[in-house]
Write a protein that binds this ligand. Sequence first.
Ligand code: TAP
Length: 490
Amino acid sequence: MTQHLKLYINGEWVDSINPQRQEILNPANQEVIAKAPKATKDETEKTIRTAKKTFESGVWSESDPQERSRILLQIADKMRANQEVLVTLEVENNGKTKREAASDVTDAINTFQYYADLLNNPNGQTYEGDDDLQTMIIKEPIGVAGLIVPWNFPLLMSMWKVAPALAAGNSIILKPAGITPMTAVKVFELIDETDLPKGVAHLLMGSGSVVGQTIAESDDVDIVSFTGSTEVGRGIMQAATGNLKKVSLELGGKSPNIIFDDADLRTAVDHALFGIFMGSGQVCSSGSRILVQEGIHDEFVAKFVERAKRIKVGPGNNKDSEMGAIVSEKQMERIVEYIRIGKEEGARIACGGKRIERDGMEKGFFIEPTVFVDVTSDMRIVKEEIFGPVVTIQTFKDETEAIKIANDTVYGLAGAVFSSDQDKAMRIIKKVRAGITWVNTYHLTNVQAPWGGYKQSGIGRSLGTYGLDEYQETKQINVNMDPKPIQWFG
Ligand code: TAP
């Protein structure tokens, strides 16, 4: 039976007054799994006002850090008890494999656990200055946090924002991507069972141009934290100028994966495959530009293509599937169009290049792992983010050229180097203009480490202590420890 989703406002599940519904599809077979409400501008504004009122009441914003920590742990515990349900929902709604979804759910739980633990640490600084002046530097919540997330990691991207924003004491409004609300709804059902005061956390489903835009524009929202495309991020920044709200942006990428001829080839091929084809390439930090040193190009391509051809593509809930569906027909068509552009630009397809419509995948959105060779830096497939299982392989002569090609992009999210010479690897990675980098590995990271990009890949950082800072104001309190006149005048 199709599930009818509701909005979660002020601690209640409510229908939208808008009769329109968004059909939520399983991208592996196009079955309708739910119908989601599309909140109106009025409903969004009303929710923002409620969030603001709750913030001003102090019920959460002035609560003890220990109390906030306890409730974050409640959420983590409830998610842990519902791990299987969350995995199933993520697979059904996003199309990713069970293995990928399970890893996302674990990481989401760890994010709550991490921020709960962080709240038990000492916070702030003190400084003893001249004239008996004692200065305290303290952190406070910002206010109402609007959290807007994309469809590629529906659960994880949401929880990377929800956990630190709540930890800091803010009131929050989460807007999931229109097509992937299922795991966010489930987590809010779990949040509803915890001791989080009503009115602190709200969930609004609806279109980006209505709900998202209203959040970005509102004078009553104090921070908008957005993950998504660079294009929409730019619009959000403009919309936020009215009240000069804080803007935190995690945007796109076109990340270089640099492989030197002294790298262990088997390891480099293996990690490069993971770097691009994990999540069907719909990952902001994907290693979508492989740069290989001249001497090993042919051998690398032969080995890489041989492995790419063997990747088992199929429905995410099939235990043999190694790469799942593309999230939507629209995204699949975008990827197919880029493959067409690549061919037109003169690049050569070494493998893949087509939609898969066989073996029970006829109704789903599946694309073959696709490798382009004979590419040049000026091609659109090398410059623009495709956000699918499509990779380009270029060559470079030496370190100088590797750096030049790697940094020849408007993005600066991620990058990797493979070499058995650690000194060289460090020299190169420090020159890659990106916020998330790897040496002899790809994608792996920790919740303790800040995540975000240089250049047009964003502003600010998620995770770690930096991730908490994003949702906090910093205040200095100066205390005169020996009050007496200073006689500045007269
Ligand atoms: P977007 O189209 O940018 O959508 C992201 C979110 O913004 C969705 O919730 C969307 O709502 C909403 N939105 C759309 N128009 C809006 C507007 N005018 N005002 C406010 N919100 C608006 O991205 P996507 O297609 O979902 O995701 C793919 C992109 O996200 C890729 O470029 C990828 O690189 C990037 N991404 C980056 C990261 C990091 S960590 N850097 C992580 C994941 C994804 P609707 O769904 O209703 O349109």
